[in-house]
Design a protein around this ligand. Sequence first.
Ligand code: NAD
Length: 339
Amino acid sequence: MIKPKVAVVGYGTIGQRLADGVARQKDMELVGIADVAPTLALRALKEKGMPYDLYCAIPDNISLLEKAGIPVTGTLDDLLKKVDIVLDATSAGIGQKNKETYEKYGLKAIFQGGEKNEVADVFFHGYANYEKGLGKQFLKLTSCNTTGLIRAVDCLDRAVGMEKVAITIIRRVADPGDYHRGLTNALQVDKAPSHQALDLMTIMPHVNATGILVHTPVTHGHIITLVATPKKKITKEEILAQFNKHPRIRVVRLADGFLGNASLFKYARDLGNPRGDMYEIAVWEETIVPSGNDIMFAINIPQEAVVIPETMDAIRASLEMQKDRLGAVGITNKYLGMK
Ligand code: NAD
């Protein structure tokens, strides 16, 4: 089997995890990563012995990287000549500019949630619309919240049909280590509907969605509460059975000590997961309650790692490595060590 060759451009919060994710896919080859400056992530990579070859996207900055003792294998153009597909995880908006370069090399590329939807042919989610990504040149992943939200809604939608969802997102304001949002102690409300609800409808147009987002001064995960209107009555036991069957959904219990986002982050660290990452969203069993004919529940979104599996699915779809959704997501799950 010829393994597709993959590049990761932008080695920040998401790029580091995408690189590790690709390295774990036994049917893909990570050729290298690209970035522009001696960031802490690159300094850490160097201290780990440069497991991935680094290419510099701004040739003038090669000396800057070398001055920091970080070996550089070549330029971004050198990297792009060697690969079949690019995972662009640069800061939001840069991907749109990079697209021209990817086009020049006739490459396929997968963009992350911070880019505008127009950057891609398809707005993609591995479980909800895998087939739409088949063979497409440019795919864009949903954002972290939308990725997790769609996992849960699609899971129940496939079981009983889903008419409507209304969501409240309690959003971590920054990633661990970020200083650019300041030292905050306030909540901030966005105007409704939040982009995650609109994005859900782009991917699942048959579900009517709306929602409100509240920024909170925490860094370890978002929490979303959902009020969902199923097409058929579904019991709590049936909901739990559906969630329990889903390889990317982890059902947890308050009674077991999973009290909130911080418990899940700590648990991921106790599992020994690199960087305290968790690929799965979590659903709290005790939050699943009926509200008239609707159902309500809360999920945890580990924002730094949640989009990694669906991005691996996007590679599979774009390169038509697997034609069927469940075959593709199953292989991704296996290599990432999910149930
Ligand atoms: P980040 O700032 O942590 O990393 C971006 C990296 O890209 C940095 O290392 C930067 O040096 C590098 N970069 C900038 N310009 C570049 C260029 N021209 N060529 C190569 N590298 C360049 O950002 P992030 O949080 O990893 O976000 C990346 C994308 O993922 C965004 O679209 C974001 O919206 C999306 N996303 C972020 C999260 C999250 O929780 N952080 C979750 C899901 C999706």
